[in-house]
Design a protein around this ligand. Sequence first.
Ligand SMILES: [Zn+2]
Length: 255
Amino acid sequence: MTSRPYILAETNWNALKAATFDLAVLPWGATEAHNYHLPYATDNYEADALAAESARIAWEKGGKVIVLPTLPFGVNTGQSDIYLDINLNPSTQFAILCDIIEVLNRQDVFKLLLFNSHGGNNFKSIVRELGLKFPKMFISLSNWTQVVDKYSYFEEKGDHADEMETSLMLHLHPDLVLPKEKWGDGASKGYKIKSFSEGWVWAERQWSKISADTGVGNPHRSTKEKGERFFTDVTQKMGNFMFELCQADLGDMYE
Ligand SMILES: [Zn+2]
């Protein structure tokens, strides 16, 4: 394996001592149960692979992008009773981001893309507060699950360890996916009060009460081919965006 120049964890001081980058990408995952059959680091494996391939596309167009190491713990406040789901509080995420952005800001890397890979990570309010603290920084946020319409790739509705995530992992790390007879059906419960499912009222779900296998969404129609097609389309679109962001003039962002 040769080191990829746009992956900070792989590159070296020899390459970096005279380098400059326009955009830092920070993938952020979670460590949590994913139905019976997917690994606890599913969100991190997805973030690693999707961010790296997107950055490769941007880099090959000429974008000066660097992917920082994936943060492996996310907000899992609703899963406190699920064994070894490792929770990072939102206030801790804020503190971590302050420290990382302080480095970027000091070293003139003024564009940051938070590459979110976990539903419990809600960075929007954090990004607003960081924007006040670091006015020179342009901090953007993307959830890769929303880059394309997942239901034109996958049949079963879901949002955790579902057909989409299982297909992706069959494509990326089939060695870490348990055989199909071990997959749970990902059946889940919603609130009795229907307003919650209409989307205009929100309360955190206690995960252990809504799903027996921790999955939300039936994974049984998953295939590695579906995972590959989704991966290719997400990274193509994301890679083009990263390139555009690299090129963007921060003094002239609106039209
Ligand atoms: Zn996940």
